[in-house]
Ligand binder design. Sequence first.
Ligand code: NAI
Length: 338
Amino acid sequence: MFRSVARSAAGKNLLRRGYATAVPERKVAVLGAAGGIGQPLALLMKLNPLVSQLALYDIANTPGVAADVSHINSRSEVAGYVGEEQLGKALEGCDVVIIPAGVPRKPGMTRDDLFNINAGIVKGLCSAIAKYCPNALVNMISNPVNSTVPIAAEVFKKARTYDERKLCGVTTLDVVRAKTFYAGKAKVNVADVNVPVVGGHAGITILPLFSQATPKANLPEEDIKALTKRTQDGGTEVVEAKAGKGSATLSMAYAGAIFADACLKGLNGVPDVVECSFVQSTVTELPFFASKVRLGKNGVEEVLGLGPLSEYEKEGLESLKPELKSSIEKGIKFANQS
Ligand code: NAI
């Protein structure tokens, strides 16, 4: 299926000779590529055979990261870009832009405490995306995702480049955690596990739907509650264990690579690519919400509904709404200031 899609793509879009399988050329940029997430994410994207050009951008240290990663034996050509004057070159022609730029949490901080610094960084990077690669699919990792995604949307609206199908908040790490914790409790192979995680990406706004987890395990209510809490606090668990040295980087790079791979597969026409993501949504009354989405040639082709919820999940859904609403509004307000 995948090969036939590739063959039908425009000739110029096909991979150069020398590779066994013809897959379209795809340029991916990582913004914040020299950071804790950026470096392992650069490595994982270099290993992804769907990527033909990998642009690594940061305000410092990218030449070293790019030189290092470029020696790996995989398809993509790697280039490092450093400083704002090189941002345009990094972004030109991009199909997917992944943004892990910004400061991470320290113990005692919430994701919202990062707002003052990261909101400005995201606003600047998104203005450049609107200018240099307005059609790229944006994967927003920078926290607080509940606010940075609305900020990006406002920046793109102002630039008249907004396409809601092309903007995704990366919540894959919540799914990754929910799967691991569920597999451990249910004593099943994590590779077989599926757990949708909806809502947002901070504290109680993270709502794992263990009632829909497969394989079914019929765990008692207290186990479900403990798993829910652990998923919601998964980031804080890592922040505390790192004791001031940042937040999740390796597991986040893994999650970011899974999501970017799903985006690339969708763009390449692979059918039925479904992941959870924080996107513009009508699933609830909130303008942005994380749920399962179907990824395709235009990005988010379909935002899927919540499915049946347990009473506990229904309560969780109602209690997350005020916080998520206010984080979204905070982002919109920030983006529209001066
Ligand atoms: P880090 O501090 O190790 O790296 C951030 C990088 O961003 C640095 O290399 C820095 O130079 C760069 N940067 C700063 N301003 C920039 C700009 N204007 N343009 C380009 N690059 C810029 O931080 P880490 O651990 O990599 O985390 C990055 C972000 O990801 C944080 O906001 C963190 O909260 C978030 N995060 C999100 C998760 C999610 O599930 N969505 C999970 C874990 C972290």
